[in-house]
Write a protein that binds this ligand. Sequence first.
Ligand SMILES: Nc1ncnc2c1ncn2[C@@H]1O[C@H](COP(=O)(O)OP(=O)(O)OP(=O)(O)O)[C@@H](O)[C@H]1O
Length: 907
Amino acid sequence: MMPSLWGKSSGKDAKKRASKESFIDILHRKFKTPSEAKLNSRSGGSRRHCNDSVSERGSLAQDVCRSPSPLKHVARCQSFADRSHAQPLPLPGLHPKSVGRTDSGISVPIKPRSEKCTKSFLPLPRPACIRSKTNQAEIDGGLITTSVSSESSSDSDGPADTCLNGPRATDCDTSVITTTCSPYSSMALKDQKPSISQMNLRESRKPANLAYGCHISPTSPKHRPLINQSPNLQILHSGAFCSAPDSSMSSPSRSPLRAFGTEQVVNSAFWCGKHYADVTLLGSGHCSSPGSGHNSGHNSMGGDMSGQVFWLQSRGSPENSPLPSPRMTSPGPSSRIHSGAVTPIHPRAGGASTEQQINWSDDGKQQSHRLPLPPVTISNASPFSHTNSAATSPSVPRSPGRSEAPVGPVSHWKKGKLLGRGTFGHVYVGFNSESGEMCAMKEVTLFSDDAKSKESAKQLMQEIALLSRLQHPNIVQYYGSETIDDKLYIYLEYVSGGSIYKILQEYGQLGELAIRSYTQQILSGLAYLHAKNTVHRDIKGANILADPNGRVKLADFGMAKHITGQSCPLSFKGSPYWMAPEVIKNSSGSNLAVDIWSLGCTVLEMATTKPPWSQYEGVAAMFKIGNSKELPAIPEHLSDDGKDFIRLCLQRNPVHRPTAAQLLEHPFVKSAVLLERVERPVSGPELLDPSPGVAVTVRPVGISQLRNPSFDSERLTMHSSRITKPGPLISDTLVPRNISCPVSPIGSPLPQARSPQNYNGRMSPSPISSPKTASGSCTPLSGGVGSIPLHHMKHKFYLHEGGVGNLPKPLSSRTYISSGIPYHEANSENFRGSQMSSHMFSDPVSGNDNIRGKQIGRPIPGNLINGKSVLNDRVSRQLLRDRVKVNLSLDVGPSSRLPNHYNNKLT
Ligand SMILES: Nc1ncnc2c1ncn2[C@@H]1O[C@H](COP(=O)(O)OP(=O)(O)OP(=O)(O)O)[C@@H](O)[C@H]1O
């Protein structure tokens, strides 16, 4: 299919063969010998397993995944377009007999075992606790120490290499391929039963039981592979990037097979295996599980891909059942976590650097450094505040030897419904019975059965360490963590809308307004992250969570890494379809730029429900990405701004890619509005913008604002351009800083999110009427609801010829501040190609003497040259006029770029 799309492909067979062979060599080099793989297998943690979210499953997947029948697998592998609509699934429930209550107040599964268990309590991020870190540089430096590089294989060779022991000389990943399979590919299975080879591998690692007082017998049922269910196909050195979903609903990427059938398989010279079978990559840490849907984090590769590749016939998706499946607890990801993870990971816990906290020795035993523990904190403050969170809630003093002296956290968090499953464990809604607030509780079972667990634990700690230092409205906030028995609980900000991937699967592609808004927010988070020299490395829809108000947040920092240089070898991490060429080719490059590439892929994903090159199998896609000069098809229905934005992101030379800060000034996002629903105006008519559809509204202080007051201050900082000059009845704390409109794909029944170009023709179900949305438990991952086959779409094909033009000039530090400025008449040409110059980032508002005329609802000539786009915008904006209360955002700071008359309007 694709060759015909790419016009030049037919005449270059010989050349392609040669390049493909070269590419194969590269891949083979990445996939070391079996012996190497064995040695390094610990790094191949199965970090990216299917995080199947119950909420993201559909009935179809349920049916399919429960059957090991190849035929059904074939069914799952159908095109996204063939996927049926989601059917509500029963909400996950806790098995009454499997859930107990701990003294902490958290309901945890009751284990028949009587292992010696410990509790430790990890404090919440609390800036005040950052000992001796007086500046950002130091803090950032701390990040380095928590980085886990993909060389984890080598990391595993000694404690000195652990992520917690500090950065390597270069802090650059080099040799080990760590990959997660795209949800859109059939790359890997998560929570799959292990293959025989896998079992053998595990057998060899049996002695690796770790300390921490939580010894889990290797003979535990959880560790018993289900060897009799289906044969496994082992592929040695085949290039590891095959995945297959064990559920069609799972991650889209997980199943290239599912999506494209056999023709895709034969597309790849590296591809071998059953067309229908779900496959998994053993030894690859992060192959996603096909069954997992959206989660998909799991499409990501992480860890050591060096080992053999095992293709496993998919077993049913565990998430088909709201109740934990035996398979979920068997050699699944969560079972691979070592108990050693129970140290105070949070660097703010005791002011000790993370690297000091945990060491993994060669023998697999964690060497926990005795660190000062946080003081007893008993506070009546909000559990979400930095001064009192789940991790810092009342607890007894902890001694360095807390593993021997269990702490007694008085946590009020109660585990609620299952939100999803990740590599490490399950994510539940957490409810604080004292405050009445909710959070997301990531429950990780700490095991120590093999080396991979150690790697997984390290990555988990890395994620915690990184997250704990981040505070941004577009990044999922880390609240704290604690351990109870053999469970590690990580408390995160609850983002109830699920991932963008889930939204796409459930509601179909996004309209451009939503894409703009989401992209702008993602960029805002990325700009913040990159300003800290931290690269996410796994940007994709599945790792971006949305709330009902249209706000999106970056999540899943398991692959994030603090970098010290701009040009160092890149580890082979990420999700194949979102993976930057330089990552695939293992070349040097600007590390931060890999996120920009992935962002471009994510924008395409939002526009089409699929990432670029999703018509190819994982390896074939990687070949395309890494070894061709083609650009993916860009949907015709996107505006010129959108197309230009994508092309800028998808420049193969990372140096040519604009930074996140620069892209925030791109007209595609600069004019974006936050798809945030607001209450009806509470102010008088005098506060309403006289322009139709534009009104100044006051949004009640939300719970999130109460939780993290610092967020507001940060937001004020990061979104300084949005600060609204207070009017008579408007205060800084109450005035929304963004234009809001009810076009959230998850929160609005308005159809404008579906442009006329949304070919599926389905109306997005109202979130109110949709129990799936309400419960968050019933997403139809399997079928690709609303997905549109590429061949049904109009495409323009762009041949990459070394970029689209001059690079944007670096912007001032201010430029990464996201803008929430209302629609302006920025000309996309200003940001395109060789025309990108000084005026590229010029004041988007200055010169615009009548901003009211640029309000939402008015198509922007020049920006929308496509008739459909114009119509789409008109329809959408008309709806906005009718329904939206727009929060005007004004920059009243020194750098205000709004016209005076506009500022005056509110004064
Ligand atoms: N903070 C959160 N708020 C709401 N839901 C969440 C939150 N974090 C995770 N989830 C849900 O739980 C699922 C599993 O999340 P988790 O972080 O464990 O896995 P993942 O990030 O998707 O993949 P992995 O960590 O294995 O790479 C997510 O896909 C999402 O649906």
